[in-house]
Design a protein around this ligand. Sequence first.
Ligand code: SAM
Length: 192
Amino acid sequence: MKKTLLFAGQMARRWRTVGAIAPSGGSLARTMARKVGDLADGQVIIELGPGTGVITRALVERFPRNPILAVEINEPFITPLRKEFPSATVVQGCASQLAAHLARHGLAPDNVGAVVSGLPLLTLPGDLPQQILASVASVLRPGRPYVQFTYSERAWRRFEAVGFERLPSKRVWWNVPPAVVLHFVRSEPSPQ
Ligand SMILES: C[S@@+](CC[C@H](N)C(=O)[O-])C[C@H]1O[C@@H](n2cnc3c(N)ncnc32)[C@H](O)[C@@H]1O
């Protein structure tokens, strides 16, 4: 209940940044975590926009031997996330600056196994969505996954996910509202 109120309060104050009427449900969170596939022990998972931590929980449960770096821009979410997930590194900052966040924590892109995002790219302003996609591409090695949910797969067509190959998506009806899990892998650089 406390989490729902926290989320609702942030939604009312910062609608375009929060971009959802409610936290994700458990079914959507578990589908996101499954789409990551298999990771080697120790590979870092970067989570973007953890909010009240529903997807963080699914990641911690599915990948107990993988460090999580969670990047959240809204300060009121930070302390509760740090309390609930002491094993995760929760960074207050923007997802468009991932290389800097990694460097600050002594991590290199070689260590990053996957990026999992609950960011509302459809409601973020200006070219921030493209900056975020470029930032994700900059920290993922070829073949590694970027998993993103959206409420409108159709509206997502306006983004050009440069540097990613798109794999089949998965609709999750059991969520308010129903969502689609988009699945990308970082593509190989094209030969010069
Ligand atoms: C749709 S909510 C998803 C929250 C949670 N992952 C879930 O599924 O319930 C979007 C989250 O992204 C965060 N966010 C928005 N823009 C961001 C940015 N540029 N960098 C990091 N986090 C951001 C919001 O504060 C919010 O917590």
